[in-house]
Design a protein around this ligand. Structure first.
Ligand code: PMP
Ligand code: G9A
Length: 404
């Protein structure tokens, strides 16, 4: 039987995530600087065991029952408080929906806002699983280049002007703090300019913020776009994946009540609601201060690991290789000389040098560069970071000698 004859046009737009595919090839002796996994020592495991027991013994009828599509009220109230402490003031729980990680929210955004052929704008490069989620709905994705201060506002405005005559630009998708994949944090000036442009051209802004709560740079992080949103055009996404544990599969969206209502409608047919048990656990993690106590610990671990990776890069990388110095997030973005195709180089890196990374190409919505790679510094141990970068430098040197 040929399954292809049955597939929808939409299914044909699906493409496997290079991150998820790569995970399959990682064996014990390969040092993976690929997948963006948190350091497991940052999981509040003991507290989760205790809380799970408490939740199941005090409210089994609610925790094990179906729940509202929008989410558990107690959790939404805790999130409003949690965001408020970070300067993100929203009216109340009606402005929140709990999702199965931020990844589900990205898919719902595609369903709600994208018609085939609509334009959407992203940073370039951007989170590859966001490209993967949006792509299914058939948009034309236009990437706007970044520099060390984030998305290039001059190019953004030119791009919007050019596209405006040619159909509707629906939204701008950005990861302003500790961007995935580059690690770059958008400056305050750019944030203000971005909102001003969104207002002038009447666009939605999707602010994907998994890393804002664990900013480990010097000084205070710039304000969230949502905190500066006076017109209700920012749809804010965050997640428990990096402040608690990704296995909980819990994220949330904060937006105007009207937008949240649309999210609820879309979610009803996807999965009815997010795991009730996990939502009660997360509510307690916030209520008991577990997450707030955990955050400084996570920042310290990630700052130390970032410094180690930067030190190793400085020590081992050959001339012509450059990289970012992130103040947040989980990744360093490395750019090799033009003649390096990091996709092609990956098999040398894995097979001969036993080190893996994510090739940069699939983070570009329009695939325009081939010589970058994303390096994760949160999951490997300190020894693996040093040894991994040493091996990676050998792979780059070998590849360079083959192509020059
Ligand atoms: N957005 C970005 C920018 C991410 O880096 C991630 C996780 N790597 C996600 C969304 C999805 O996270 P989750 O579904 O675990 O909340
Ligand atoms: O395991 C995943 O797919 C989540 C990780 C995302 C990333 O590496 O950016």
């Amino acid at each position: 039987m040929d399954i292809n004859q049955f597939l929808s046009d939409r299914s044909r737009l699906m493409k496997a995530s290079e991150i998820r595919e790569l995970l399959k090839w990682i064996t014990e002796d390969v040092i993976s600087l690929g997948g963006g996994m948190p350091d497991p020592s940052s999981f509040p495991t003991k507290e989760i065991i205790e809380i799970t027991r408490d939740v199941l013994s005090t409210k089994p009828d609610r925790a094990l029952q179906y729940g509202a599509t929008g989410g558990v009220a107690e959790l939404k109230e805790e999130i409003v408080r949690f965001m408020g402490k970070e300067g993100i003031k929203i009216e109340g729980p009606e402005n929140i929906i709990i999702t199965v990680g931020s990844q589900e929210a990205l898919d719902i955004i595609g369903r709600l806002f994208i018609n085939p052929g609509d334009y959407i704008i992203t940073e370039s490069p951007t989170y590859l699983a966001a490209i993967q989620a949006f792509r299914i709905y058939g948009p034309k994705i236009v990437g706007v280049p970044m520099d060390n201060d984030g998305i290039r506002i001059d190019v953004l405005e030119d791009t919007i002007k050019k596209l405006s005559g040619d159909g509707k630009v629906k939204f701008i998708y950005v990861i302003p703090t500790g961007q995935n994949p580059t690690g770059i944090t958008m400056s305050m000036e750019r944030r203000k300019a971005l909102l001003e442009i969104a207002s002038r051209y009447d666009l939605l802004v999707i602010e994907d913020d998994p890393y804002g709560y664990i900013y480990f740079g010097d000084g205070t992080p710039p304000d969230r776009l949502k905190a500066m949103d006076t017109e209700g055009r920012v749809i804010y996404l965050s997640t428990f994946s990096k402040i608690a544990a990704p296995g909980l599969r819990l994220g949330w969206v904060a937006a105007s009540k009207e937008i949240i209502r649309w999210f609820e409608l879309a979610k009803q047919s996807i999965d009815l609601h997010t795991s009730t048990l996990n939502q009660y656990i997360a509510a307690e993690l916030l209520k008991r201060g577990v997450i707030e106590r955990n955050i400084p610990k996570i920042k310290e671990i990630y700052r130390t690991k970032r410094d180690l990776m930067l030190q190793a890069l400085g020590e081992y990388m050959p001339e012509g290789v450059t990289w970012t110095r992130p103040s947040a997030g989980m990744f360093i973005w490395l750019s090799a000389p033009e003649k390096v195709d990091t996709g092609e180089m990956l098999s040398i890196a894995i097979k001969k040098y036993r080190v893996a990374y994510v090739p940069g190409k699939s983070f570009y919505p329009n695939g325009e560069r081939h010589n970058d790679m994303r390096l994760n510094f949160t999951y490997p141990t300190p020894q693996q970071i040093f040894e991994g970068i040493r091996r990676l430098a050998l792979a780059i040197k070998e590849y360079l000698s083959l192509v020059s």
